[in-house]
Ligand binder design. Structure first.
Ligand code: KG4
Ligand code: ZN
Length: 338
């Protein structure tokens, strides 16, 4: 059988990325140009700067992805591109590039939901993984527990009611005077901290809901630091970081395991930038394996934004004949189950 080559394009936030994936699971190239350094001085992504940088980078990055994969545009079977959720100006750059290529080559255009991409990153890492399974998707903009019924069928079992998990990591890092993006830094400094040092709040809803809330813990850490600074009390950044991380991870792990039990799932996958967190990975494994639930997650490079995951998700739409027309537009607030 002929192999299917999908060109993936991702520009939803501050990474310009292009990738060629063969038969849905084999990554031939995954070029990621990160703008982290550009946004660092502002402590967060500045949308207009991100869009302008994508405009400069998108074609060179696509070229590199094709070259590294050793394929030409004529070898590509379909073009998958993120159309939401994300920053509108940033999304439009990738969408326009993808449309141009689809128009010129006559190949199908496939709009991909960024969150479906994060979930699909697990297929790239674990070649035998097939739905159904439960996926905990935790990134800078999203925190969801998803039941992946099939490759293109998703059901939300829980979601954050305020901040996303990654957003909480980034904000707490700023409170603690640590670098941006905060997640990887908190992960690193926490290794030298005592996670039992402080008991920050863990929100559990008493209506049985598997939703999350991280705004309370954010305020608790902020109040703690302010009080300590006023009183001149002794505390270590490492201990606060580790205790904060443990409080967030505890809730993510407990809710994901309950979701797996409720749906009789034997597999939990983790996806999104926060899936790179070492404590989340270790605690999820430790607790789930006691209940005979297998835990899978991608390598860190496939956890954070990249185009290989978009190409992988696009492949499964392509196989089902789900393609987009040239009216495809950016949907900044696109939902998982839309
Ligand atoms: O998925 P992603 O690259 O972009 C979005 O779609 O949002 O996720 C970025 C988020 C940031 O908030 C970053 O701080 C967080 O993922 N992150 C981490 C780690 N690595 C990245 N959070 C905790 N621990 C990490 N090791
Ligand atoms: Zn993402």
């Amino acid at each position: 059988m002929e192999r299917a080559f999908i060109l993936g394009i991702e520009t939803s936030c501050d990474e310009t990325s292009a990738s060629v994936v063969a038969d849905g699971r084999q990554v031939l190239s995954n070029i990621i140009s990160s703008q982290v350094k550009l946004h660092e001085q502002y402590g967060g992504v500045v949308p207009e700067i991100a869009s302008r940088r994508h405009v400069e980078l998108v074609l060179p990055v696509i070229n590199q992805a094709l070259e590294k994969a050793g394929v030409n545009l004529s070898d590509i079977d379909a073009i998958g591109v993120t159309y939401g959720p994300g920053l509108v100006g940033a999304l439009l750059v990738g969408i326009s590039a993808a449309k141009g290529i689809a128009f010129a080559t006559g190949k199908p255009l496939i709009g991909v939901n960024h969150i479906h991409g994060h979930i699909a990153a697990n297929y790239l890492q674990h070649k035998d993984l097939e739905p159904p399974f439960v996926c905990l998707v935790v990134s800078g903009g999203h925190s969801h527990i998803v039941y992946v019924r099939d490759y293109c069928e998703f059901e939300i079992l829980g979601r954050t009611r305020d901040d996303a998990a990654g957003e909480a990591f980034d904000k707490i890092a700023r409170t603690l005077g640590l670098d941006y993006p905060g997640g990887p830094v908190i992960d690193k400094v926490s290794r030298n901290g005592n996670e039992e040092a402080f008991d920050f709040p863990r929100v559990v809803f008493d209506d049985g809901s598997l939703d999350f809330s991280f705004s309370g813990i954010k305020t608790a850490v902020l109040n703690f630091v302010n009080t300590m600074q006023q009183k001149g009390g002794k505390w270590r950044v490492e201990d606060v970081a580790a205790s904060f991380q443990k409080a967030v991870v505890d809730v993510l792990v407990n809710n994901a395991i309950t979701a797996a039990e409720n749906t009789n799932s034997k597999i939990i996958t983790i996806a999104g930038g926060v899936a790179a967190n070492s404590r989340l990975r270790s605690l999820m494994k430790e607790k789930a394996e006691k209940k005979n639930i297998k835990v899978l997650y991608p390598d860190p490079v496939l956890c954070t934004d990249n185009a290989a995951m978009i190409a992988c998700a696009a492949y499964y739409y392509y196989k089902k004949g789900i393609v987009s027309d040239f009216s495809l537009n950016a949907i900044p607030g696109l939902k998982i189950d839309e």
